[in-house]
Design a binder for this molecule. Structure first.
Ligand code: ZN
Length: 251
C-alpha cells in the first residue's frame, strides 16, 4: 500500500512500492530472505547493528564535530546530536540509508527512523523539541527522485517526539553536487549559502528547540549550512540540534 502521506510519489516510486509487495522480503543489510517475524532487517544483522547511543549523551563525537562547525558565536545554545548507528561505506550497514534514498524503501526508512526516535524519546535532551525540519533537496533532484529521504526521517522523529514537522521551511536555493563524491574541503564550499528559510512558514510560531534531520552525518557541512540559514531567521536563543540515521566516524 502506498502511504497517502507521501503525496508527491511519481510513477517511479509508485512502481518501487508495488515491487516491494511482489518481491520476496529480504534483509536490507545482508539481503537474506526474512523470516515472517523479521521486519526489514534479520535478527543477526539487527543484533550486530553498531548503535551509537548518542541520543543519551549531551557531549558525543557527532555533537562536538557539529558544534565546531557552527561555533561562530559562543553564546549560542549547544547543539545536541543523535545518530542511530556508526555508518561506514565499507560495510553492508551502508545499505540502510541507501534503501531509503535510492530504492524508495519507505518501510525500511520508517523502521530505522522509528528506532532512532524511540531512543531520542527516552532522552532528556530532546524532550523540548518543538519543531522538526528535514534538510531539503533541490526541487529538481526531488522531482527526479520523487521524494526527499530526509522528510521520511523527519516525519518519524516528529511523531516520536510529538513535535510538528515543517518539511518546506528550508529551501535549497542552489543546486549542489552530490556530497558523497566530493572531498572534505569541497563538501564545505559545495553547500555554502545553498539554503534559505521560508520566513512566512515561521509566522505565529514560538520555537525554542529545532531538530534538523538528514540521512547521514559525514562532515556536517550540509547540516551546518541549514543551521546558519535557520539561525539567521530565528535569532540567537533557539537551540538547533541535529539527528541522522548514520554517523560517519568512530569514537
Ligand atoms: Zn541480515
Amino acid at each position: 500500500m502506498i502511504d497517502p502521506k507521501l503525496k508527491t510519489l511519481t510513477w517511479k516510486t509508485s512502481l518501487l512500492a508495488v515491487m516491494d509487495l511482489v518481491l520476496p522480503r529480504v534483509c536490507v543489510v545482508c539481503e537474506r530472505e526474512l523470516l515472517p517475524e523479521e521486519k526489514h532487517i534479520c535478527f543477526e544483522c539487527l543484533a550486530k547493528l553498531p548503535l551509537t547511543h548518542f541520543a543519551e549523551l549531551s557531549r558525543n563525537p557527532m555533537a562536538d564535530a557539529f558544534n565546531i562547525k557552527i561555533a561562530r558565536d559562543c553564546y549560542e545554545p549547544y547543539a545536541y546530536a543523535a545518530a542511530l548507528y556508526f555508518y561506514s561505506e565499507e560495510d553492508n550497514y551502508s545499505r540502510i540509508p541507501w534503501a531509503l534514498k535510492y530504492r524508495g524503501d519507505f518501510g525500511a526508512g520508517r523502521y530505522f527512523s522509528n528506532m532512532l526516535g524511540a531512543q531520542m524519546r527516552q532522552s532528556d535532551l530532546f524532550k523540548d523539541i518543538d519543531l522538526v525540519v528535514p534538510v531539503p533537496l533541490h526541487w529538481l533532484r526531488r522531482y527526479k527522485r520523487g521524494y526527499n529521504q530526509a522528510e521520511v526521517i523527519a516525519d518519524s522523529l516528529g511523531k516520536a517526539l510529538n513535535a510538528p514537522v515543517i518539511a518546506d521551511l528550508l529551501v535549497r536555493i542552489r543546486r549542489t553536487h552530490t556530497q558523497t563524491k566530493l572531498g572534505m574541503e569541497q563538501k564545505g564550499s559545495n553547500v555554502q549559502g545553498a539554503f534559505s528559510v521560508r520566513g512566512r512558514r515561521l509566522k505565529g510560531l514560538s520555537v525554542k528547540h529545532i531538530l534538523l534531520c538528514d540521512d547521514v552525518f559525514t562532515t556536517g557541512s550540509t547540516l551546518s549550512q541549514c543551521y546558519f540559514a535557520l539561525r539567521d531567521a530565528l535569532g540567537p536563543d533557539v537551540r538547533i540540534s541535529v539527528a541522522t540515521l548514520g554517523y560517519v566516524g568512530k569514537v
